[in-house]
Design a protein around this ligand. Structure first.
Ligand code: ZN
Length: 353
């Protein structure tokens, strides 16, 4: 045994070596098994720290005191560090297990009824499909609309009596909640060159009181074509195809003269009753008349075309618009428009596929 001072230095070096070993071991730690092994290797009864402690026995008192303190401190540090890691690893394992169990739960979960698509969404999807199948493109327009697109561009100047029933929800001068989907016509015509074949679906707003057939907010679908040589016959053909695809069977279409500021000539369009064909005098759908009015249509007014910079001598077109609620009410035999907006489960459940 040499100089106590050299001995002390040698032992201090060993303590530092143990610290290094511990660091290296931590870098490789992956799971709780590794952690147990590391704990035994360093602070277990036969661990590196304990062995160093034992080797102090034969040394002078002052070295024992100094090194003993460092070794105890090291042992405590290692123990604390490992406990924290153990806790963290435990939490991670628990979280993983909970995630797995949750996955499992969702597999076993059976809802008490089949969730369903809202009838309005369903009919809108169906309408989109029908018209896309006929070659129409779907275009969206804003619900908060500029006065020009909602009125002036559609041949409804500020002194036109037709404004009376439509100018309702003004947000600020020049802007209102659109009263129909027709502004999309003007938006398309002023930004593109014909020909076009467009449908647009969405919410509209009017100052109607809520009753079984009216709502201040409702949905419309607008369709229009501008091309060379478009006539009323094309309009009738498209509408017959629409009625047959949506209501089933081979439907007849009746055009009844009417008036809209943005079409000339204009027509109310009725289809033959898809329930009774006019044979049931007590039919709940046609009330025995045999015809159901479903929409308004007409040839696009020359003023609407020229307002948008399209020559009415060169181009012609037709437009139609219908209430989506009305189509859904007829198709699903719903007798009150308010049912669409009340979110009542007993109503909505009936539309589970
Ligand atoms: Zn009928």
């Amino acid at each position: 045994m040499g100089d106590p001072k050299d001995l002390r230095d040698q032992l201090m070096e060993k303590v530092n070596e143990v610290k290094e070993h511990f660091k290296e071991a931590l870098a490789e730690l992956k799971n709780l098994e590794d952690l147990k092994r590391i704990r035994a290797r360093f602070i277990g009864p036969k661990g590196e720290v304990s062995e160093l402690m034992k080797s102090l026995k034969t040394l002078p008192k002052e070295i024992v005191r100094e090194l003993g303190r460092s070794l105890n401190q090291l042992k405590e540090e290692i123990s604390k560090h490992l406990s924290e890691l153990e806790k963290k690893l435990g939490e991670e394992i628990l979280r993983k297990r909970l995630l797995e169990e949750r996955k499992d739960l969702s597999v076993r979960y059976k809802p008490t009824y089949t969730p369903s698509i809202h009838p309005l969404t369903r009919i809108m999807r169906e309408l989109k499909e029908v018209f896309m199948g006929l070659g129409f493109e779907v275009v969206e327009g804003p619900e908060l609309e500029e006065e020009y697109y909602n009125f002036d561009g559609l041949n409804i100047p500020s002194d036109h009596p037709a404004r009376d029933m439509w100018d309702s929800f003004w947000v600020r001068p020049g802007y209102l909640l659109r009263s129909h989907t027709s502004p999309v016509q003007v938006r398309v015509m002023t930004t593109r060159k014909p020909p076009f074949k467009v449908v647009s679906l969405g919410k509209c707003y009017r100052r109607d009181d809520l009753d079984p057939t009216h709502s201040f907010q409702f949905h419309q679908i607008e369709g229009f074509i501008v091309d060379k040589g478009i006539t009323f016959a094309h309009l009738k053909g498209v509408l017959m195809e629409f009625a047959s695809r949506v209501f089933g069977g081979k439907r007849k279409v009746k055009l009844i003269p009417s008036y809209f500021p943005f079409t000339e000539p204009s027509a109310e369009v009725a289809i033959d009753c898809f329930r009774c064909g006019g044979k049931d005098p007590h039919c709940p759908i046609c009330k025995g008349e045999g015809w159901i009015e479903v929409l308004g249509a007409g040839m696009i007014h020359p003023n609407v075309l020229s307002n948008a910079g399209i020559s009415p001598q060169e181009w012609t077109g037709f437009a139609f618009g219908m209430g989506i609620e009305r189509i859904a009410m007829l198709k699903y035999q719903i007798d009150d428009i308010r049912l669409f907006y009340e979110n009542r489960l007993d109503f909505l459940k009936q539309f589970s596929a």
